[in-house]
Design a protein around this ligand. Structure first.
Ligand code: CO
Length: 292
């Protein structure tokens, strides 16, 4: 993985250097300022999950009607899957190389990830290559959903605001975060701590990190919870929500909790479908654009 990233970065740097050289070898004209936005998500190959991306796209374009918006997916697996379905999406590196070709001078790259994990840091590394080579006059990366304490407070508000209205206080809300081996996995437990100060029966677990479902199950059983709403804490309600959270297999969260005597109600809506979460990402984009 790391090795592949290094090769990609090196190739990238070469592309950028050549492109820059070909521009600067012209008549010495200074390029006119051209600002662009690149939205970068992990990606999803599930058609029903596209509503999340469409919602962000619509909101960003409404906030910045005069700035061209481009998209890229960080997951090469998702990009390959989509390519087989005839849908083409660029990696951030290719998308940026194309933007360079289109003579953008200032680019705000907005991460649509939830935490600053591996994908986000890879993105920072790639954009740095474009910066140091002099490809763009300015290129900045906007923070993912959860970065500052203010983001945490706003995310707590967004979670509480979007809990299904019919849910009673004694019933739990269990959010499924993605999780990672990256140190920023700690954001999930930190967010659970903060949300529970306001509503003690909201839980945040991870499908690929701590806190795992067994830990969440134990917490629910200690409190004698009988019913739980399961919600993805990911931008899209994609493969993880449909299979790991609510699937019929016996290791899905729904199966595990049902077996423990907890009635489960899955909600198939990603965080990017809720305006209160999207506004956090857009404010981060606004922060990046404010430097241009
Ligand atoms: Co995953």
């Amino acid at each position: 993985m790391k090795h592949k990233t290094l090769i990609t970065s090196t190739i990238l740097l070469l592309i950028v250097c050549f492109t820059t050289f070909s521009f600067s070898s012209g008549h010495g004209d200074k390029k006119a300022k051209k600002v662009g936005i690149l939205l970068v998500a992990f990606g999803s190959s599930i058609p029903e999950a596209q509503v999340s991306f469409e919602n962000i796209d619509k909101k960003v374009k409404a906030a910045y009607p005069n700035i061209p918006v481009r998209w890229a997916y960080t997951s090469s697996i998702i990009r390959k899957k989509l390519a087989k379905m005839g849908k083409h999406l660029d990696s951030p590196e290719v998308a940026l190389a194309k933007m360079l070709e289109e003579e953008f001078t200032h680019v705000a790259v907005q991460s649509l990830h939830t935490i600053g994990g591996e994908e986000f840091h890879d993105l920072r590394r790639s954009t740095r290559a474009f910066h140091y080579s002099g490809g763009f006059q300015r290129i900045l990366v906007g923070y993912p959903l959860l970065a500052t304490q203010e983001d945490m407070q706003r995310a707590v508000g967004a979670i509480l605001e979007n809990i299904p209205k019919e849910r009673k206080n004694k019933q739990a809300v269990v959010l499924m975060g993605h999780g990672t081996y990256h140190p920023s996995n700690a954001f999930y437990a930190a967010l659970m701590f903060q949300v529970q100060r306001k509503d003690p029966n909201v839980y945040i677990g991870c499908v690929e990190g701590y806190p795992e479902i067994d830990e969440i199950k134990a917490m629910l059983m200690e409190k004698n919870i009988k019913k739980a709403y399961l919600m993805p804490f990911m931008s899209v309600a994609g493969d993880h929500a449909r299979n790991d959270m609510a699937g019929a297999e016996e290791d899905s969260w729904k199966s595990i909790l049902t077996k423990a005597g907890i009635q489960c109600v899955p909600i198939f809506k990603g965080t990017a479908e809720y305006d209160s979460f999207v506004e956090i990402w857009i404010d981060h984009l606004r922060g990046a654009l404010s430097h241009f």
